[in-house]
Structures are given as C-alpha cells and as structure tokens.
Write a protein that binds this ligand. Structure first.
Ligand code: TRP
Length: 327
C-alpha cells in the first residue's frame, strides 16, 4: 500500500510563486508515489482572519484551483475542506488536553507569526492552531507531511502529542514524519528574504502576463551596478536568484554575461519575465478551464471531503472507544 501524505494551505488569498517552489511543485512530483491529501485549512485561516470569513470562503476555491492548475490530478489526489471534517474538530479537543499553554507559547513559529501580525495578546484559537494542525495530519493517519522549515516545530509537536496519546489510550495513531522541501525559501523581487502576501511582494500564480512583466521590471538588482557598462554581481542580485529558480537552462549564460557587462538589467529582466510567463502559461490554461467549470472544482472538494469523512469517522470512533468516551 502507498504511504499517505497530508499537506495543506490556509485559504487567506491566492497562492504565489513562493508556494509554487516551496510546496506545489513537490506535491505534483509526489502524487504518484503517495496517496495525497490536500487540506484546504479554512478553520486555521479563521485563527488569523476571523473577521473576514468571506475572503476565506472565496479563497477556498482559489486555493483549490491554484493546486489543480499547478498539475495536481483530481483523479489521484484527495482535496479536503477542513471545516467539514468532524473528526478533525473532535481530535483537536482531545489532543488539547495533552499540550500545555507554555509549550504552545514557546513554539518559534507561533512567536514569529504573532509578532508579524502585531498581536499583543493571542487568542486561544491562534495559540492552539498547532494542536488543530496535529488533528489535520492524524485524522487519516498520514505518514508524511512535506513542509517548509517554518512548519517543522508544528510537526515535532504533533509527534509528541501522538506519542503521548497512543501511550495513554492504547491507540495506534501514526506518528507523522516531515519532508523538508529541497529548494530554499524564495525571496521577494523587492529583495525581502521572503515572498508573502502580507509583505506586499507576492507574485501570484494567477497574475496575467502584463502584471508579471511589470513586477519583474520593478525588481531590485545589484544596486552597485549604476550603469550597464560596469559588470554586475549575480551573487547579490534578486533577479539572478529568480533565473536560477525559474530559468535554470539560461542561468549559466546570464551569469557570465552579467559579470562581463555583456547584458544589462533591463534585458536580463525581460528574459526572466519571459521564462516566468512560459512557465505560467500551462498553469493559466488550466486555471481558465477550472474557472469556467467551478462546479467541477466544488465537486472535487465535496467528494474528497466525503472520503475524508469516511476515513475520519472510522478512526475517531475507534479512538473514542479506546478512550472510553462512549455510551
Ligand atoms: N500551517 C500551514 C501553513 O501555514 C497550513 C496547514 C494547515 C498545514 N494544516 C496543515 C500544512 C497540515 C501541513 C499539514 O502553510
């Protein structure tokens, strides 16, 4: 039997190139070898966006389309809407007894995110989202979670919770492993170390050609290169980092041309915009198909969620029996 993967996204907007290099690409690559579950984590989205439920609702479909148009095959992959799986909510409550407030408040990702969101105080729901994420991963006994490095503390917490839970109640919930994405984090075209919606530097998978051209045109290059006549330094150039990530074939050549002042930043950016648009074209084509067939997208989410409920329902019944939470 194939091993099971569960991973997911918070639907707080559309997905961008950082998501693409960091996770979507590997989801696509792993869809044959593993049985994949893609969770649209709308409850987790509420932990930070509870005042904007309409945005979350819209984004559920956009995030599903971003995943589908990146190449995930709905015949192979199961899409799950988190809020519609009762077992996840039940498990969250049971797991919450085994985690202290202190452990959660020392979680480095929680600390960073609370700071980024400017929270002086954290809600119970936000502080506890790693517990609910543990339920996401384990309701279907996922073996593996492909993640970026920021999610590692959550998976480590999940492993601890599961170990303790199994010991206490004699259950056999799978202790999940993580798989770090091999590519590092994608920086922003503005030179910021990270690409993000809240950072205002996101390049979306759904951006049309002219928006891509304009975002690339505005990118930061080697700031010491004040004239095309002086050689540039690709090692410190954001645009060159993107050539390496999205235009590997040409990047060697571009690197030496830049060092020899044989290409200027304007021309170099044009090459990058072209490479990005070439990569995005088939994604745009699939997006256009799904946007014209929203019923199909809803069906994919509904049938995947139904399957998740069958699996989750069986597992939670067994777990509650073992816990003596029963009639
Ligand atoms: N916390 C993840 C993120 O911000 C999203 C997520 C929710 C997730 N549930 C998950 C990721 C379960 C992996 C497994 O990207």
């Amino acid at each position: 039997m194939r091993k099971r993967i569960l991973t997911g996204d918070r639907p707080t907007g559309r997905l961008h190139l950082g998501h693409y290099v960091g996770s979507l690409k590997s989801r696509v690559a792993l869809q044959d070898e593993y049985e994949e579950f893609i969770l649209v984590a709308d409850v987790q989205a509420l932990t930070t966006h509870f005042e904007n439920p309409e945005l979350i609702h819209d984004s559920i479909y956009q995030v599903a389309i971003d995943n589908l148009s990146s190449g995930l095959d709905p015949e192979k992959v199961t899409f799950v809407q988190q809020s519609m799986v009762g077992a996840i909510a039940e498990l969250t409550i049971f797991y919450s007894m085994l985690v202290t407030v202190n452990q959660l408040s020392h979680n480095p990702t929680i600390k960073t995110e609370a700071k980024n969101y400017g929270y002086k105080e954290m809600t119970y729901g936000f502080l506890g989202y790693p517990v609910s994420q543990t339920a996401d991963i384990t309701f279907c006994n996922a073996d593996l979670v492909p993640v970026g490095d920021d999610q590692v503390p959550h998976i480590e917490m999940a492993r601890k919770i599961v170990r303790k839970f199994n010991e206490l109640y004699g259950t056999s919930i799978t202790e999940p492993d993580y798989k770090l994405s091999s590519v590092g984090r994608l920086c922003g075209l503005d030179g910021n170390a990270k690409m993000g919606k809240s950072l205002g530097n996101a390049v979306y998978l759904s951006d049309p050609e002219d928006v891509i051209n304009q975002k690339v045109r505005a990118a930061v290059t080697d700031t010491n290169r004040i004239s095309v006549k002086i050689p540039g330094n690709p090692d410190i150039c954001t645009v060159f980092k993107y050539h390496k990530a999205f235009n590997e074939g040409e990047s060697g050549n571009i690197c030496s041309m830049c060092r020899n002042a044989a290409i200027g930043c304007v021309a170099c950016k044009k090459l990058l915009a072209k490479a990005l648009n070439d990569m995005l074209d088939p994604i745009r084509e699939k997006r256009a198909y799904y946007e014209a067939h929203m019923d199909e997208v809803k069906d994919i989410l509904a049938s995947g969620t139904r399957k998740a409920n069958e699996i989750g329902g069986r597992n939670i019944a067994e777990i509650k029996e073992k816990m003596h939470v029963s009639l």
